[in-house]
Ligand binder design. Structure first.
Ligand code: GLY
Length: 395
Protein backbone atom coordinates (compact mmCIF):
# COMPACT_ATOMS: atom_id res chain seq x y z
CA UNK A 1 0.00 0.00 0.00
CA UNK A 2 1.24 3.45 -0.84
CA UNK A 3 2.05 5.66 2.14
CA UNK A 4 0.08 8.90 2.51
CA UNK A 5 3.15 10.53 4.03
CA UNK A 6 6.22 11.91 2.31
CA UNK A 7 9.47 10.11 3.35
CA UNK A 8 10.75 13.11 5.36
CA UNK A 9 7.52 13.32 7.35
CA UNK A 10 7.54 9.55 7.94
CA UNK A 11 11.13 9.69 9.26
CA UNK A 12 10.20 12.63 11.47
CA UNK A 13 7.21 10.76 12.88
CA UNK A 14 9.26 7.60 13.53
CA UNK A 15 11.83 9.76 15.28
CA UNK A 16 9.12 11.46 17.35
CA UNK A 17 7.55 8.14 18.37
CA UNK A 18 10.96 6.64 19.17
CA UNK A 19 11.85 9.56 21.37
CA UNK A 20 8.39 9.46 22.98
CA UNK A 21 8.96 5.76 23.70
CA UNK A 22 12.42 6.48 25.08
CA UNK A 23 10.95 9.21 27.29
CA UNK A 24 8.30 6.83 28.59
CA UNK A 25 10.99 4.28 29.27
CA UNK A 26 13.05 6.82 31.28
CA UNK A 27 9.97 8.01 33.15
CA UNK A 28 9.26 4.43 34.23
CA UNK A 29 12.89 3.80 35.14
CA UNK A 30 13.00 6.96 37.26
CA UNK A 31 9.73 6.20 39.02
CA UNK A 32 10.84 2.63 39.78
CA UNK A 33 14.12 3.87 41.17
CA UNK A 34 12.47 6.49 43.36
CA UNK A 35 10.28 3.81 44.92
CA UNK A 36 13.27 1.49 45.21
CA UNK A 37 15.29 4.28 46.89
CA UNK A 38 12.53 4.92 49.45
CA UNK A 39 12.37 1.22 50.37
CA UNK A 40 16.15 0.96 50.60
CA UNK A 41 16.46 4.06 52.77
CA UNK A 42 13.82 2.77 55.19
CA UNK A 43 16.15 -0.17 55.66
CA UNK A 44 19.26 2.05 55.90
CA UNK A 45 17.41 4.05 58.57
CA UNK A 46 17.01 0.93 60.69
CA UNK A 47 20.64 -0.09 60.21
CA UNK A 48 22.15 3.27 61.17
CA UNK A 49 22.86 4.18 64.80
CA UNK A 50 20.92 7.32 65.82
CA UNK A 51 24.09 9.28 66.63
CA UNK A 52 25.90 8.44 63.35
CA UNK A 53 25.41 8.90 59.61
CA UNK A 54 25.72 6.02 57.14
CA UNK A 55 29.00 6.28 55.23
CA UNK A 56 29.58 3.04 53.32
CA UNK A 57 28.70 -0.60 52.97
CA UNK A 58 31.41 -3.12 52.12
CA UNK A 59 29.92 -6.31 50.63
CA UNK A 60 33.20 -8.21 51.14
CA UNK A 61 32.83 -7.74 54.91
CA UNK A 62 29.03 -7.44 54.92
CA UNK A 63 29.60 -4.35 57.04
CA UNK A 64 27.92 -0.96 57.24
CA UNK A 65 30.23 1.82 58.39
CA UNK A 66 28.59 4.87 59.97
CA UNK A 67 30.47 8.08 60.80
CA UNK A 68 30.18 11.02 63.14
CA UNK A 69 28.98 14.28 61.61
CA UNK A 70 32.51 15.71 61.36
CA UNK A 71 33.26 13.28 58.53
CA UNK A 72 32.89 15.00 55.14
CA UNK A 73 30.07 12.75 53.95
CA UNK A 74 27.70 13.38 56.87
CA UNK A 75 25.31 15.65 54.91
CA UNK A 76 24.62 13.17 52.13
CA UNK A 77 22.33 10.87 54.11
CA UNK A 78 19.96 13.71 55.13
CA UNK A 79 20.31 15.17 51.63
CA UNK A 80 19.34 11.91 49.97
CA UNK A 81 16.38 11.55 52.32
CA UNK A 82 15.18 15.00 51.23
CA UNK A 83 15.59 14.09 47.56
CA UNK A 84 13.67 10.85 48.10
CA UNK A 85 10.97 12.74 49.98
CA UNK A 86 10.73 15.27 47.13
CA UNK A 87 10.13 12.39 44.70
CA UNK A 88 7.83 10.22 46.80
CA UNK A 89 6.26 12.43 49.50
CA UNK A 90 6.73 9.47 51.84
CA UNK A 91 6.01 10.68 55.43
CA UNK A 92 8.36 8.14 57.05
CA UNK A 93 11.22 9.47 54.93
CA UNK A 94 10.27 13.07 55.86
CA UNK A 95 10.35 12.32 59.59
CA UNK A 96 13.82 10.82 59.30
CA UNK A 97 15.01 13.67 57.04
CA UNK A 98 13.95 16.30 59.60
CA UNK A 99 15.45 14.35 62.49
CA UNK A 100 18.79 14.00 60.74
CA UNK A 101 19.03 17.75 60.11
CA UNK A 102 18.96 18.34 63.86
CA UNK A 103 21.95 16.02 64.15
CA UNK A 104 23.78 17.73 61.25
CA UNK A 105 23.09 21.33 62.35
CA UNK A 106 26.20 21.81 64.57
CA UNK A 107 28.31 21.34 61.44
CA UNK A 108 27.35 24.88 60.40
CA UNK A 109 30.27 25.97 62.61
CA UNK A 110 32.75 23.37 61.37
CA UNK A 111 36.18 24.73 60.42
CA UNK A 112 38.30 21.55 60.54
CA UNK A 113 38.55 21.39 56.73
CA UNK A 114 36.77 22.76 53.63
CA UNK A 115 33.93 20.22 53.56
CA UNK A 116 31.24 22.38 55.14
CA UNK A 117 29.63 22.93 51.72
CA UNK A 118 29.09 19.21 51.21
CA UNK A 119 27.86 18.85 54.79
CA UNK A 120 25.45 21.75 54.96
CA UNK A 121 24.37 22.56 51.42
CA UNK A 122 23.55 18.97 50.38
CA UNK A 123 21.44 18.56 53.53
CA UNK A 124 19.98 21.95 54.50
CA UNK A 125 20.10 23.25 50.91
CA UNK A 126 17.66 20.59 49.75
CA UNK A 127 15.56 20.93 52.89
CA UNK A 128 15.22 24.67 52.34
CA UNK A 129 14.46 24.32 48.63
CA UNK A 130 11.61 21.94 49.48
CA UNK A 131 10.17 23.52 52.64
CA UNK A 132 11.29 27.18 52.59
CA UNK A 133 11.67 26.91 56.38
CA UNK A 134 13.58 30.10 57.39
CA UNK A 135 15.50 28.23 60.09
CA UNK A 136 17.11 26.07 57.41
CA UNK A 137 18.15 29.19 55.53
CA UNK A 138 19.75 30.64 58.66
CA UNK A 139 21.85 27.51 59.04
CA UNK A 140 23.02 27.82 55.41
CA UNK A 141 23.95 31.49 55.83
CA UNK A 142 25.89 30.77 59.02
CA UNK A 143 27.71 27.89 57.34
CA UNK A 144 28.72 30.12 54.43
CA UNK A 145 30.26 32.62 56.85
CA UNK A 146 32.06 29.75 58.57
CA UNK A 147 33.49 28.57 55.23
CA UNK A 148 35.23 31.93 54.72
CA UNK A 149 37.43 31.27 57.76
CA UNK A 150 39.54 28.98 55.59
CA UNK A 151 39.95 31.58 52.83
CA UNK A 152 43.58 32.61 52.39
CA UNK A 153 43.91 36.07 50.87
CA UNK A 154 47.47 35.43 49.65
CA UNK A 155 46.34 32.32 47.75
CA UNK A 156 42.97 33.72 46.70
CA UNK A 157 41.58 30.30 47.58
CA UNK A 158 39.97 28.35 50.39
CA UNK A 159 42.44 25.96 52.01
CA UNK A 160 41.10 22.41 51.84
CA UNK A 161 43.11 20.57 54.47
CA UNK A 162 45.33 21.73 57.30
CA UNK A 163 49.12 21.80 57.11
CA UNK A 164 50.61 18.32 57.40
CA UNK A 165 53.83 16.41 56.69
CA UNK A 166 52.75 16.14 53.04
CA UNK A 167 51.16 19.55 52.44
CA UNK A 168 51.60 23.20 53.34
CA UNK A 169 48.24 24.65 52.27
CA UNK A 170 46.54 22.26 49.87
CA UNK A 171 43.55 22.95 47.68
CA UNK A 172 41.90 19.88 46.18
CA UNK A 173 39.67 19.95 43.12
CA UNK A 174 36.81 18.60 45.27
CA UNK A 175 36.71 22.03 46.92
CA UNK A 176 34.90 23.46 43.85
CA UNK A 177 31.80 21.75 45.24
CA UNK A 178 31.85 23.86 48.41
CA UNK A 179 31.44 27.04 46.38
CA UNK A 180 27.74 26.35 45.83
CA UNK A 181 27.14 27.13 49.51
CA UNK A 182 28.89 30.50 49.16
CA UNK A 183 27.29 31.51 45.87
CA UNK A 184 23.81 30.56 47.01
CA UNK A 185 24.19 32.29 50.39
CA UNK A 186 25.53 35.45 48.77
CA UNK A 187 22.45 35.68 46.57
CA UNK A 188 19.98 34.79 49.32
CA UNK A 189 20.63 37.25 52.11
CA UNK A 190 24.35 36.73 52.71
CA UNK A 191 27.14 39.21 52.00
CA UNK A 192 28.59 40.00 48.54
CA UNK A 193 31.97 38.92 49.85
CA UNK A 194 30.82 35.28 49.87
CA UNK A 195 30.43 35.26 46.09
CA UNK A 196 33.69 37.18 45.67
CA UNK A 197 35.53 34.52 47.65
CA UNK A 198 33.89 31.73 45.66
CA UNK A 199 34.82 33.35 42.35
CA UNK A 200 38.40 34.05 43.48
CA UNK A 201 38.69 30.40 44.44
CA UNK A 202 37.26 29.25 41.11
CA UNK A 203 39.65 31.57 39.23
CA UNK A 204 42.69 30.35 41.15
CA UNK A 205 41.68 26.75 40.54
CA UNK A 206 41.12 27.48 36.86
CA UNK A 207 44.64 28.85 36.64
CA UNK A 208 46.48 26.14 38.56
CA UNK A 209 44.55 22.87 38.63
CA UNK A 210 44.10 22.01 34.96
CA UNK A 211 46.26 20.42 32.31
CA UNK A 212 46.03 21.46 28.65
CA UNK A 213 43.80 18.43 27.88
CA UNK A 214 41.15 19.64 30.36
CA UNK A 215 41.92 17.06 33.05
CA UNK A 216 42.53 18.14 36.61
CA UNK A 217 45.20 17.51 39.19
CA UNK A 218 43.81 16.37 42.49
CA UNK A 219 45.78 18.59 44.89
CA UNK A 220 47.68 21.84 44.42
CA UNK A 221 49.81 22.93 47.36
CA UNK A 222 50.34 26.65 47.95
CA UNK A 223 52.44 29.16 49.82
CA UNK A 224 49.80 30.98 51.85
CA UNK A 225 51.58 34.35 51.81
CA UNK A 226 52.46 34.64 48.13
CA UNK A 227 50.03 32.19 46.51
CA UNK A 228 52.96 30.47 44.76
CA UNK A 229 52.28 26.89 43.72
CA UNK A 230 54.56 24.53 45.64
CA UNK A 231 53.49 21.28 43.97
CA UNK A 232 50.74 19.52 42.03
CA UNK A 233 50.09 15.98 43.20
CA UNK A 234 47.45 13.37 43.84
CA UNK A 235 46.08 12.04 47.09
CA UNK A 236 43.33 9.65 46.03
CA UNK A 237 44.31 9.07 42.38
CA UNK A 238 46.66 6.59 40.75
CA UNK A 239 49.52 9.04 40.09
CA UNK A 240 50.30 12.74 40.27
CA UNK A 241 49.84 13.04 36.50
CA UNK A 242 46.80 10.76 36.23
CA UNK A 243 43.14 11.74 36.00
CA UNK A 244 41.39 10.52 39.15
CA UNK A 245 37.80 9.91 38.00
CA UNK A 246 35.90 11.55 40.86
CA UNK A 247 38.21 14.55 40.69
CA UNK A 248 37.18 15.07 37.06
CA UNK A 249 33.55 14.72 38.14
CA UNK A 250 33.92 17.36 40.88
CA UNK A 251 35.57 19.69 38.37
CA UNK A 252 32.78 19.22 35.83
CA UNK A 253 30.07 19.77 38.40
CA UNK A 254 31.92 22.68 40.01
CA UNK A 255 32.45 24.81 36.89
CA UNK A 256 28.96 24.07 35.57
CA UNK A 257 27.47 25.17 38.90
CA UNK A 258 29.67 28.30 38.98
CA UNK A 259 28.40 29.22 35.52
CA UNK A 260 24.81 28.86 36.79
CA UNK A 261 25.44 31.58 39.38
CA UNK A 262 27.86 33.91 37.58
CA UNK A 263 27.24 33.43 33.83
CA UNK A 264 31.01 33.88 33.39
CA UNK A 265 31.92 32.39 29.99
CA UNK A 266 35.30 31.10 31.19
CA UNK A 267 33.56 28.78 33.66
CA UNK A 268 31.25 27.44 30.97
CA UNK A 269 34.16 26.95 28.56
CA UNK A 270 36.05 24.99 31.24
CA UNK A 271 33.01 22.83 31.94
CA UNK A 272 32.73 21.93 28.24
CA UNK A 273 36.44 21.15 28.13
CA UNK A 274 36.18 18.83 31.14
CA UNK A 275 33.10 17.15 29.64
CA UNK A 276 35.02 16.52 26.41
CA UNK A 277 37.95 15.05 28.36
CA UNK A 278 35.61 12.65 30.14
CA UNK A 279 33.26 11.69 27.32
CA UNK A 280 35.89 11.36 24.58
CA UNK A 281 38.37 9.46 26.74
CA UNK A 282 39.32 6.09 25.23
CA UNK A 283 39.21 4.55 28.73
CA UNK A 284 35.60 5.55 29.40
CA UNK A 285 33.73 2.23 29.15
CA UNK A 286 30.69 1.79 26.94
CA UNK A 287 28.31 1.90 29.93
CA UNK A 288 29.93 5.27 30.82
CA UNK A 289 30.68 4.31 34.42
CA UNK A 290 34.36 5.28 34.69
CA UNK A 291 37.18 3.28 36.15
CA UNK A 292 38.27 4.82 39.44
CA UNK A 293 41.13 6.57 37.61
CA UNK A 294 41.24 7.19 33.86
CA UNK A 295 44.87 6.07 33.91
CA UNK A 296 44.57 3.06 36.24
CA UNK A 297 47.21 0.61 35.02
CA UNK A 298 44.99 -2.48 35.25
CA UNK A 299 42.16 -1.24 33.00
CA UNK A 300 39.94 -3.10 32.00
CA UNK A 301 40.22 -4.98 35.30
CA UNK A 302 40.40 -1.86 37.47
CA UNK A 303 37.46 -1.14 39.79
CA UNK A 304 34.76 1.18 38.52
CA UNK A 305 33.74 4.23 40.54
CA UNK A 306 29.97 4.53 40.48
CA UNK A 307 30.12 7.68 42.63
CA UNK A 308 32.04 9.43 39.83
CA UNK A 309 29.38 8.39 37.32
CA UNK A 310 26.61 9.72 39.59
CA UNK A 311 28.29 13.13 39.94
CA UNK A 312 29.04 13.23 36.20
CA UNK A 313 25.46 12.35 35.22
CA UNK A 314 24.03 15.08 37.41
CA UNK A 315 26.58 17.64 36.16
CA UNK A 316 26.08 16.75 32.49
CA UNK A 317 22.34 17.29 32.86
CA UNK A 318 22.98 20.79 34.14
CA UNK A 319 25.64 21.54 31.51
CA UNK A 320 23.13 20.49 28.84
CA UNK A 321 20.91 23.36 30.03
CA UNK A 322 23.61 25.84 28.95
CA UNK A 323 24.50 24.15 25.65
CA UNK A 324 23.61 24.36 21.99
CA UNK A 325 21.14 21.74 20.68
CA UNK A 326 23.83 19.30 19.47
CA UNK A 327 25.82 19.41 22.73
CA UNK A 328 22.60 19.29 24.73
CA UNK A 329 21.52 16.08 23.02
CA UNK A 330 24.97 14.54 23.45
CA UNK A 331 25.26 15.40 27.18
CA UNK A 332 21.73 14.18 27.86
CA UNK A 333 22.37 10.92 26.03
CA UNK A 334 25.56 10.31 28.01
CA UNK A 335 23.81 11.16 31.29
CA UNK A 336 20.95 8.79 30.39
CA UNK A 337 23.43 5.99 29.68
CA UNK A 338 25.09 6.57 33.07
CA UNK A 339 21.72 6.60 34.83
CA UNK A 340 20.59 3.41 33.08
CA UNK A 341 23.87 1.67 33.92
CA UNK A 342 23.64 2.68 37.57
CA UNK A 343 19.99 1.65 37.76
CA UNK A 344 20.75 -1.82 36.36
CA UNK A 345 24.30 -3.17 36.59
CA UNK A 346 25.38 -1.19 39.65
CA UNK A 347 22.20 -1.12 41.74
CA UNK A 348 21.88 -2.98 45.05
CA UNK A 349 19.67 -6.03 45.26
CA UNK A 350 16.30 -5.15 46.83
CA UNK A 351 16.88 -5.28 50.59
CA UNK A 352 20.64 -5.59 50.00
CA UNK A 353 23.69 -3.40 50.78
CA UNK A 354 22.12 -2.70 54.22
CA UNK A 355 19.88 -0.20 52.43
CA UNK A 356 22.23 1.78 50.17
CA UNK A 357 20.87 2.28 46.64
CA UNK A 358 24.01 1.71 44.59
CA UNK A 359 27.07 -0.51 44.74
CA UNK A 360 30.68 -0.46 43.48
CA UNK A 361 32.14 2.92 44.27
CA UNK A 362 35.70 3.71 45.25
CA UNK A 363 36.54 6.12 48.06
CA UNK A 364 40.33 6.05 48.33
CA UNK A 365 42.04 3.19 46.54
CA UNK A 366 45.66 4.21 47.24
CA UNK A 367 44.68 4.50 50.91
CA UNK A 368 43.16 0.97 50.64
CA UNK A 369 39.92 2.41 51.88
CA UNK A 370 36.41 1.99 50.47
CA UNK A 371 37.12 -0.02 47.32
CA UNK A 372 34.09 -1.61 45.61
CA UNK A 373 31.64 -0.41 48.21
CA UNK A 374 28.36 1.46 48.47
CA UNK A 375 28.97 5.13 49.28
CA UNK A 376 26.46 7.66 50.58
CA UNK A 377 27.42 10.30 48.02
CA UNK A 378 26.93 7.95 45.06
CA UNK A 379 23.33 7.56 46.23
CA UNK A 380 22.96 11.32 46.70
CA UNK A 381 24.12 12.36 43.22
CA UNK A 382 22.18 9.48 41.64
CA UNK A 383 18.96 10.78 43.22
CA UNK A 384 19.87 14.32 42.17
CA UNK A 385 20.45 13.11 38.59
CA UNK A 386 17.03 11.41 38.56
CA UNK A 387 15.42 14.61 39.81
CA UNK A 388 17.21 16.73 37.20
CA UNK A 389 16.37 14.33 34.38
CA UNK A 390 12.72 14.41 35.38
CA UNK A 391 12.56 18.20 35.63
CA UNK A 392 14.71 19.18 32.67
CA UNK A 393 14.42 16.38 30.13
CA UNK A 394 11.00 14.80 30.70
CA UNK A 395 9.28 17.98 31.96
N1 GLY B 1 37.10 14.41 49.34
C1 GLY B 1 36.04 14.01 48.57
C2 GLY B 1 36.26 12.79 47.77
O1 GLY B 1 36.81 11.82 48.24
O2 GLY B 1 35.84 12.77 46.66
Amino acid sequence: MKSFLKPGITAGLVCFFLSAAAQKDMRTLIRNNEVFAANQYKLLMKNTPPDKMPQNYDPAKDKLVASGTAWWTSGFYPGTLWLIYKATKDPEILTEAKKRLVQEAPMQYYTGNHDIGFMIFCSFGNAYAITKDPHYKEVILTAAETATKRYRQGMKAIQSWNKSKKFNAPVIIDNMMNLELLEWASRNGGSKLLAEIAENHANTTLKNHFRPDGSSYHAVDYDTATGAVLKKVTHQGYADESAWARGQAWALYGYTMMYRFTKKPEYLAQAHKIAAFILDHPNLPEDKVPYWDFNAPDIPNAPRDVSAAAVMASALLELAQYSNPKQKASYRTSAATMIRSMATTYRSQPGGSKGFILTRSVGNLPGRSEVNVSLSYADYYFMEALDRYKRWVLK
